[in-house]
Design a protein around this ligand. Structure first.
Ligand SMILES: *Cc1c(COP(=O)(O)O)cnc(C)c1O
Length: 362
């Protein structure tokens, strides 16, 4: 790795492509002859307008976003989306949620503040180690939407098949898998993602919402700023947006387009994940935490034989140049997040380290 950088397995904020960071560094003090850094630039300036417009256009190309969907650049992170979704989409006051782990539980708790939440399926019975069958959910006629966390960052599961929503609107939190594989946007009513996992710097989320879901008739208590329509009508420039994040994410969108788009990313991510899962599957020391067919390509939780040993692995890996392998505090164990920007060499180096550790401690 150049510049003395480490392989950073953080779940987020996480690694960004080195080439993108170099470009940002080169433009830091004087963005393309403007005489200023993007951080110093008015969000109403021509230069920034172009940055914003290109970011949206490139994201539309990358994902093949249909014309009847709006792309919004929002603040408040993923956590605010837990509230914005029910505030904006609960018309009848009822929604179905699939409970698959830590992040869907947070979404459920927040949605309960606004209306009735029906848990349509859950994997709580087995410690959220799998994705429940969602082919025939019991969805009441008046449910406003069906909500999923498409990749559970902490529990390490992902959907291979989207739920059968029986004609209801599908809402997906894609935070930790956004742009990791191709996505048929037309199957969703709303996709949202915090960008600090798989795309750019913290402080922004992207929402992709079908136009007919942009409601005017929201209850009076919903603040102006928390209405999707406010941001859609203003092209995400209702107030000062996170200009820096829009700029950095725009660079990543261009980088992804140049490197083969989402199909190429999916192939790379499959290959990288196979290196790590291949090792875990045959290890007699480390154990993966998730049912095979539901394993995330992005977040890989695993354990050693004991809690004490887990802590020792984290310390030893840190000394060997690998950062942030500790599992989330709520579940413990170990976790390697291997997003788009993690090079295959990083995963191979980690596996070599784990192999050597196993040989020494088995
Ligand atoms: C990180 C994460 C969130 C919360 O994001 P914040 O920006 O920290 O609020 C929500 N959902 C998923 C799946 C996440 O990984």
């Amino acid at each position: 790795m150049k510049y003395g950088r480490t392989y950073n397995f953080s779940a987020g904020p996480a690694m960004m492509p080195e080439e993108v960071l170099e470009e940002i560094a080169a433009e830091m003090l004087n963005y393309r002859g403007s005489g200023m850094c993007v951080m110093e630039m008015s969000h109403r300036s021509k230069a920034f307008q172009q940055i914003r417009d290109e970011a949206e256009a490139d994201l539309r190309t990358l994902m093949g976003i249909p014309d009847n969907y709006k792309v919004l650049f929002l603040q408040g992170g993923g956590t605010l989306e837990f509230a914005m979704v029910p505030m904006n989409l609960m018309k009848n006051g009822v929604a179905c949620y699939v409970e698959t782990g830590a992040w869907s539980k947070k979404a459920i708790a927040e949605a309960k503040k606004y209306g009735e939440v029906i848990i349509a399926a859950s994997s709580a019975d087995k410690n959220f180690s799998y994705i429940p069958d969602c082919s025939d959910l019991d969805i009441p006629e008046n449910a406003d939407y069906v909500y999923i966390c498409e990749n559970e960052t902490i529990n390490g599961t992902t959907y291979r098949t989207l739920p059968n929503t029986k004609g209801h609107v599908l809402v997906a939190d894609q935070s930790s898998m956004f742009l990791s594989r191709p996505c048929d946007v037309s199957r969703y009513g709303l996709i949202w993602a915090g960008v600090q996992k798989n795309v750019g710097p913290a402080g922004m989320s992207v929402a992709i919402i079908r136009e007919d879901l942009l409601r005017e008739d929201l209850p009076a208590f919903v603040p102006t700023y928390l209405r999707y329509k406010t941001h859609a009508d203003a092209d995400s420039l209702y107030n000062t947006p996170n200009c820096w994040a829009i700029y950095c994410c725009g660079k990543v969108f261009k980088y992804l387009l140049k490197n083969g788009g989402l199909a190429a990313m999916a192939a790379r991510n499959e290959e990288k994940a196979a290196v790590l899962y291949g090792f875990l599957d045959q290890s007699r020391f480390f154990t993966g935490a998730v049912r095979r067919e539901d394993r995330s390509l992005m977040n890989v939780p695993f354990v050693s034989p004991s809690k004490e040993q887990d802590a020792d692995v984290v310390a030893a890996s840190k000394a060997a140049g690998f950062d942030n392998l500790k599992g989330h505090k709520s579940v413990g164990g170990l976790r390697a997040s291997i997003y788009n920007a993690m090079p295959k060499e990083g995963v191979e180096a980690l596996v070599a380290f784990l192999k050597a550790y196993e040989a020494e401690h088995l």
